[in-house]
Write a protein that binds this ligand. Structure first.
Ligand code: BGC
Length: 321
């Protein structure tokens, strides 16, 4: 299909790529077109592909490895075993931040016209839809699993979308972040969740589920060092390594063993998660979703979008249509 780009969301990964700290260009190319959080409109589509001209679509980020590994072979490229996957706009494959792009229909996700410009949130929501999917699969190890309290560390877009999904599931959600002003406390309150700007350790100890969305080493360590009984901790922040912190491995091990705690990492999303994400966004309050997008920057000012600014939640680059 040929798709015209309407909007591209910017996240920490894009900033890392632009700083030369992450990502890679396609083989044989010395540059990478970025853009993995996309929203576009179909311009041309072969008959029978399941889309019509004018449909809104989001492009899936990851492509299966060519071997393929057992997971990629069944469409679970988010669980790729051999690391030979590619990611549009991130790893070895051009992204969606071009006026037009081509995409295989099976890697495009339909977006309801009613969601409109908010469809640019489908990709980041897919990442937390996957995290919740795996939390629930792990939770099912115990027949009576019914989490009461969910802690989200970090009130960036990923943290807030994870909180939105948790609240929609009926859980008591707490969100902890360093910000004391700006839009984050209000966005959390509007979900019916509780906002905290206080040390993480005590909050983590009381939570049945923790979704760590900062990737900040000290926060990660506080979460790992304070697992509660039967708790599930999902790590989603891609942090840069190289900074060592003292760590009581024996104490953490003892607490995790005696408490049946699970700590796991979660990255990316497969097609099923994108569809779950699109449904969840469709069911969410559009005003709340619109308030997550704190900055829309025209394409010719793209550099401003890549520079973080205080009180930003999600920045989006708008393409001329
Ligand atoms: C993207 C994921 C990707 C991950 C690692 C994130 O920013 O949302 O789709 O798998 O970076 O490259």
């Amino acid at each position: 299909m040929l798709v015209e780009t309407l909007a591209i969301g910017v996240c920490g990964t894009d900033r890392e790529i632009c700083a030369g700290k992450y990502g890679s260009a396609p083989a044989g190319s010395d540059r990478l077109v970025i853009g993995h959080e996309s929203l576009g409109r179909v311009l041309e589509v072969p008959q029978g592909a399941g889309f019509d001209v004018g449909d809104l679509v989001v492009g899936i980020v990851r492509r299966p490895d060519p071997v393929p590994c057992p997971n990629c072979a069944v469409g679970e490229w988010d669980m790729c075993r051999n690391g030979q996957f590619t990611e549009r706009g991130i790893t070895g494959r051009h992204g969606y931040a071009s006026d037009r792009y081509r995409i295989e229909p099976e890697f495009a996700v339909p977006v309801d016209a009613a969601l409109g410009a908010l469809g640019v949130l489908v990709e980041p929501t897919s990442v937390v839809a996957k995290a919740w999917d795996h939390i629930e699969r792990i939770g099912a190890r115990s027949a009576a699993w019914s989490p009461r309290s969910v802690l989200i560390t970090g009130a960036g877009p990923i943290g807030l979308l994870a909180a939105m999904l948790g609240a929609a599931k009926g859980h008591d959600v707490d969100v902890v972040d360093v910000a004391t002003d700006g839009p984050k406390p209000g966005l959390v309150a509007a979900l019916g969740a509780t906002y905290h700007a206080e040390p993480v350790a005590g909050l983590a100890a009381r939570a049945d589920v923790v979704i760590e969305c900062t990737g900040v080493p000290k926060v990660v360590l506080d979460v790992l060092s304070n697992t509660g009984p039967d708790s599930i901790v999902c790590l989603t922040g891609v942090s840069s390594g190289g900074r060592a912190l003292p760590f009581d491995a024996g104490g953490v091990n003892r607490d995790m063993v005696l408490g049946n705690a699970v700590v796991f990492g979660s990255v990316n999303a497969n097609r099923r998660h994108y569809l779950t994400a699109a449904d969840a966004l469709h069911a969410a309050d559009p005003q709340w979703l619109a308030a997550l997008i704190t900055r829309r920057v025209p394409l010719d000012s793209f550099a401003a979008a890549l520079a973080p600014s205080a009180h930003d939640v999600k920045t989006v680059i708008s393409f001329a249509t």
